[in-house]
Design a binder for this molecule. Structure first.
Ligand code: SF4
Length: 269
């Protein structure tokens, strides 16, 4: 949303490839730079356009809901995109009772449970979240019995069943700030601990597991950013025939998110 809104001509994206691609999809007139092209996402790599075309043929004409953690060419074949923050709203908004969701199976199963819809899921997963086990969570909960356990929906179902709150990263930041509780166990990639601690200096955050580290998210260094700014490369370019249908799927998601935000603001006022 910020990429689409900014008036800057150049966006340097310090994240992973699918994020920079998404910025390029919504900002065709801007130059989008990803300082390291090898900053990928193993989850996004688990779905290809060819495999999605084959899967669609095996199912009836049902909508395809694609998590933003996916390649641009896969978004281009999708009905609508979603994030972990809005997957439930997006699926609820679709008229269909049956959908195909790619590529994260854990997010799909969580969304199915929340919406009551039939969701055919892709067998992809984020290795960082998949490796968090129920035993690890129980052990950290035992050490901090008063802590609220916040889990990301990319975690396995048995981990989510132990969660006090299932939240996206943006949801965790908001919840921790608004909560009266002062201790939290965090079940997502460890990088979120920095903004959580910065925004809540008097609250305490524990990692659900010390192994929740994504090497791809950490690939870009300050030196890489400096080189990218000096040379304005490597640029992420999406061919028009991919960008236009992908834009449609992303835009549909942004429209649903905005109208949902508007409804909840009206409900609160
Ligand atoms: S934590 Fe890393 S592997 Fe997992 S979804 Fe994010 S970028 Fe991909």
């Amino acid at each position: 949303m910020r990429a689409a809104k900014t008036s800057a001509d150049v966006i340097v994206f310090c994240g992973v490839l699918f994020m920079a691609e998404t910025a390029a999809i919504v900002s065709p007139d801007k130059k989008v730079i990803l300082p390291r092209l090898d900053a990928g996402c193993p989850l996004a790599d688990m779905v290809t356009p060819e495999a999605l075309v084959a899967k669609r043929k095996s199912l009836n004409e049902i909508p395809v809901v694609t998590y933003v953690n996916s390649p641009a060419a896969v978004k281009a074949l999708s009905t609508v995109c979603c994030t972990s923050a809005n997957s439930v709203a997006v699926v609820n908004r679709l008229g269909a009772q049956e959908v195909l969701m790619v590529p994260d199976r854990n997010l799909a199963q969580y969304t199915a449970a929340q919406t009551g819809k039939t969701i055919h899921y892709w067998n992809g997963y984020c290795p960082v979240h998949e490796h968090l086990t129920a035993e690890q969570v129980l052990s950290v909960k035992e050490k901090h019995p008063n802590a609220i356990f916040m889990a990301h929906p990319e975690c396995r179902p048995e981990v989510l069943s132990l969660a006090d709150q299932v939240l996206s990263t943006s949801g965790m930041l908001r919840f921790a700030k608004e909560s009266k509780n002062t201790t939290f166990v965090v079940g997502t990639e460890e990088g979120i601990l920095h903004p959580l601690q910065r925004e809540n200096p008097h609250k305490t955050f524990y990692e659900a597991s010390e192994t929740m580290i994504c090497q791809d998210m950490k690939r870009i260094s300050l030196t890489d950013v400096l080189h990218a700014l000096e040379k304005l490369e490597p640029e992420i370019k999406i061919p028009k025939e991919v960008r236009e249908p992908a834009f449609h799927a992303v835009q549909k998601m942004l429209d649903i998110s905005r109208s949902n935000l508007l409804s909840s603001t009206l409900e609160r006022s």
